[in-house]
Design a protein around this ligand. Structure first.
Ligand code: BES
Ligand code: ZN
Length: 865
């Protein structure tokens, strides 16, 4: 067991220094072998103007066996350099020189999914963040940008397809019968964007003509048996390309754009220049294997990686502390893309839901960090919800403050200034400020403040003067205790609207303004001080305020409202997000109250308001399904001081049952109407119908009525699409139906369809029935056609993040082995995956109070345990 590596020293953001040497061009030759691979690198290097004297050359390198090193073609004497576990030092180098190295690596033994590794018999690379140093000696840092020319030599019978970044410029056969291919990438890039793939792959091809007339070949490379499941990914790519041209004027810059789907991949996908590598679950889809959510996921991830070509690749990060510069911005772009392709309101609600469940939790715990962290020990731990999702919210706030057109101007200036450079979050902010001639100095504090701030709302109504005053007060979270006194006020955009008694938008005229604002009925208040007030004048009735519309800032809102107001907004707010949020707030209040008091009865006004939404003919099905859903247990738990998981689960289940009892007829009628047996389609209306239909079925299934259980079985049996099948299966997994019935469904032949098998796994991991933790452990040992490490990680992740009811009981003992261990019978765990899982489990730990967990454990063992 390897336990001791060099003790890891934290790296600090403010310690950044520019590199002493630049690398202008890189020529790589790979000899891919069955036992080992040899990599030759020729680097054109030059000392930089900022270097102090003639410093030694220190190159990163890990797990490399050095065979040869030469400067300007002269091999180095043994005392001219030194090799250690982290790299290669050459004591003296000229100001301008060519460095040649030859190393041997063992991709066959590389189980870390970083560097060059094997998956399903193919070769594949993953270099972000620090994988390139496992391929060759290099300045493996994003501010060293070079052009690459890559030659791959291999046995063509095993590896008929050999890919790398850029355009293919030459190919041939060598004397020993091997095939070689040369690729050239004309755009300077950091090493983390390098990629190589070789294997027996097939191509689903398409093409795209850019707005300036460039013909781009689109190629999706997959294992032969998957060729019939690529078209949705291809069409998504085409939509992404068109969207980026239309929205930001950004075109693709190479003659070919390739995507490779692999089974073993630790993340969703990777944006390597011109050669994206994807986890196959974000490429492959067919109605019988993919749910509506899977399709949406594919389109979102395809878009995300494509959008990186400009936000990440052409303009990259100076150092890894700037990760949110590319990830926050690109998540923001993919969110907007999905919003434009589907329903903007539904997308916004889901994104905020995700932010609140995952990022707020991170922000409240010991892992809390600013979107731009100050230090790290291992970069693997910093691919977080904060860097990604909160980072996207920070970008969204620029757009809220500057408007669509202003934001676009800022983006244009950013590319104009920084194309081909490695830059910082401050450079991005400066482009936004300068393009719009505004001061965004204070806004910069968002990048350095950890924790979720709160905004408190107070209101005052002056009936005689027709004046309504909103007073907003901001406060940082306790996690921001180290932020200096003079930097504790953030610049927060708070979008508000005022509603009249009939639900109409009231005119917005702020005291001091000459006339009411024209337009949308929403005003953006810019909160910059600790406390500020705004008075709306000229009102003929007391308004109901809708505050933080569209979730205009990543804050917690404290607004003491009565239930009547919440129910009113739930029924009438013109902002779809706020309408949904009011309903959720009301439901949460009621459920928490019931859980605390061990009570089951639900407030009749809520039951009634809920029924009105169910019956509302105007509401789109997707939006309706979201509005009808009760806040999840994980979400509710965040609002409890001491978390009593059982009480929470009981209160929520009881609430669902009461809603179902009260509205059974409408639920059944809606279900029957939408369950029309029409063949599967995946347009927006069909998706909305399925969502609503399945929401109805979920409520009905709480009634424990044998007739309804039969309906659920029937849906599973008849489904011609994965969405309907999976919903039915999920409901059955948590239904305590007679034992003989469950295996009938669960033994459904899913073997040999790894992505489907994963679904079956995660459904079981989410079951609230007792014994789930044991089932998860057993499933982890289960053989599967794809690597056990991948399947097991998916399973544990789902369990840890989603199963509030069963994790506190016994789940934590099942923590995966730490980095690199690979204990007997356990899969080796990639460091990023291990980090992600450890975080998921530790947040569950946080959520459960010792008393409640102990009580739950006792309950599980029963009276004699
Ligand atoms: N650059 C990342 C992927 C990555 C990061 C791979 C670090 C390996 C190490 C990529 O652009 C990304 O962010 N992918 C996301 C999906 C995306 C839709 C948010 C992922 O893989 O989860
Ligand atoms: Zn990304």
């Amino acid at each position: 067991m390897t336990t001791t590596e060099t003790p890891l020293q934290p790296v600090h953001r403010l310690d950044y220094t520019p590199p002493d040497y630049a690398i202008h061009t890189v020529e790589l030759t790979f000899h891919l072998g069955e036992d080992a691979t040899e990599v030759e690198a020729v680097l054109a290097m030059e000392r930089t103007p900022t270097a102090d004297g003639a410093p030694p050359l220190r190159l990163h390198g890990q797990t490399l066996e050095l065979l040869e090193v030469a400067i300007d073609d002269a091999p180095l004497a043994a005392d001219a350099y030194a090799v250690d576990a982290e790299g290669l030092t050459i004591h003296e180098v000229p100001a301008v020189f060519s460095l040649t190295t030859r190393v041997r690596i063992k991709p066959q033994e590389n189980l870390s999914l970083s560097g060059l590794y094997r998956t399903s018999g193919n070769f594949c690379t993953q270099c972000e963040a620090h994988g390139f140093r496992r391929i060759t000696y290099f300045l493996d840092r994003p501010d060293v940008m070079a052009t690459y020319r890559t030659t791959i030599v291999a046995d063509a019978s095993r590896y008929p397809v050999m890919l790398s970044n850029g355009n293919k410029v030459a190919e041939g056969t060598s004397e020993d019968g091997k095939t070689w291919v040369t690729w050239e990438d004309p755009f300077p890039k950091p090493s983390y964007l390098f990629a190589l793939v070789a294997g027996d792959l097939r191509c689903h091809a398409g093409r795209f003509t850019t707005k300036s007339g460039r013909e781009v070949a689109l190629e999706i490379w997959v294992e032969p048996q998957n060729l019939d499941r690529c078209d949705y990914a291809l069409q998504s790519l085409i939509r992404s390309m068109r969207w980026d041209e239309e929205t930001y004027g950004l075109e693709h810059d190479l003659d070919v754009y390739m995507i490779v789907a692999v089974n073993d991949f630790n993340m969703g996908a990777m944006e390597n220049k011109g050669l994206n590598v994807f986890n196959s679950k974000y490429v492959l889809a067919r109605p019988d294997t993919a749910t509506d959510q899977d399709y949406e996921g594919i389109e979102g991830v395809i878009g995300h990686e494509y959008f990186h070509n400009w936000t990440g690749n052409r303009v990259t990060c100076r150092d890894w502390f700037q990760l949110t510069l590319k990830e926050g911005l690109t998540v923001y772009r993919d969110q907007r893309f999905t919003a434009d392709m589907t329903s903007a309101a539904v997308k916004r609600i889901k994104d905020v839901q995700g932010l609140r469940v995952r990022q707020f939790l991170e922000d409240a715990g010991p892992m809390a960090h600013p979107v731009r962290p100050e230090s790290y020990v291992s970069m693997d731990n910093f691919y977080t919800a904060t860097v990604y999702q909160k980072g996207a919210e920070v970008v969204r706030m620029y757009e809220t403050l500057l408007g669509r057109a202003g934001f676009r101007k800022g983006m244009d200036l950013y590319f104009e200034r920084h194309d081909g450079q490695a830059v910082t979050c401050d450079d991005f902010r400066a482009a936004m400020a300068d393009a719009n001639k505004v001061d965004l100095e204070q806004f910069g504090r968002w990048y350095q403040t950890p924790g979720t701030p709160t905004v408190k709302v107070e209101e005052a109504w002056d009936p005689a003067g027709g004046r309504y005053t909103l007073t907003l007060t901001q406060a940082l979270s306790p996690r921001a205790k180290d932020v200096p006194q003079d930097q504790r006020e953030l610049h927060i955009p708070v979008a508000v609207g005022l509603l009249g008694a009939d639900g109409s938008s009231l005119p917005l005229q702020i005291e001091g303004e000459q006339q009411p604002r024209s337009g949308t009925g929403t005003a953006v208040l810019e909160l910059r001080e600790q406390t500020q007030s705004w008075t709306f004048v000229g009102l003929d009735q007391r308004p109901v305020a809708s505050v933080l519309r569209g979730f205009s800032a990543p804050v917690k809102l404290e607004f003491a409202r009565d239930r009547g107001q919440l129910a009113f907004l739930m029924g009438h707010d013109t902002d779809s997000f706020s309408r949904w949020d009011a309903g959720q707030t009301l439901a949460r209040t009621l459920l928490l109250e019931n859980a605390a008091q061990g009570q089951e009865r639900l407030d009749p006004t809520f039951v009634e308001a809920w029924g009105r939404i169910l019956a509302d003919p105007e509401l789109d099905g997707s939006l309706k399904a979201l509005a009808l859903a009760l806040p999840s247990e994980v979400e509710l738990a965040q609002h409890m001081q001491v978390i009593d998981v059982d009480a929470l689960h009981a209160a929520r289940q009881a609430a669902k049952r009461q809603l179902a009892e009260a509205h059974r007829a409408t639920l059944q009628a809606t279900y029957d109407r939408l369950n029309d047996g029409a063949p599967y389609q995946n347009d927006a209306t069909s998706i909305a119908n399925r969502r609503l239909k399945n929401a109805c079925l979920s409520y009905l299934s709480t009634l424990q009525d044998p007739a309804i259980v039969e309906q659920v079985y029937a849906q599973f049996g008849r489904a011609d699409n994965m969405t309907d099948a999976q919903t039915a299966l999920m409901l059955l997994c948590s239904l305590d139906v007679p034992q003989h019935a469950r295996p009938r469904v669960l033994l459904h032949p899913l073997e040999g369809r790894p992505l489907v098998l994963d679904k079956w796994f995660s459904l079981q991991a989410l079951s609230t029935l007792p014994g789930t933790a044991d089932a998860v452990a057993t499933l982890c040992e289960h053989g599967s056609t794809r690597s056990r490490a991948t399947a097991c990680a998916a399973l544990l992740g789902t369990f840890a993040a989603g199963n509030l009811v069963q994790v506190p009981r016994q789940g934590r003992q099942r923590l995966p082995p730490a980095r690199g261990q690979g204990a007997r019978g356990r899969p080796h765990m990639n460091p990023q995956v291990a980090s992600r899982l450890a975080r998921a489990f530790s947040s569950t730990q946080l959520r459960s109070a010792p008393g409640a967990a102990a009580r739950a454990a006792r309950a599980d063992r029963g009276p004699t345990g």
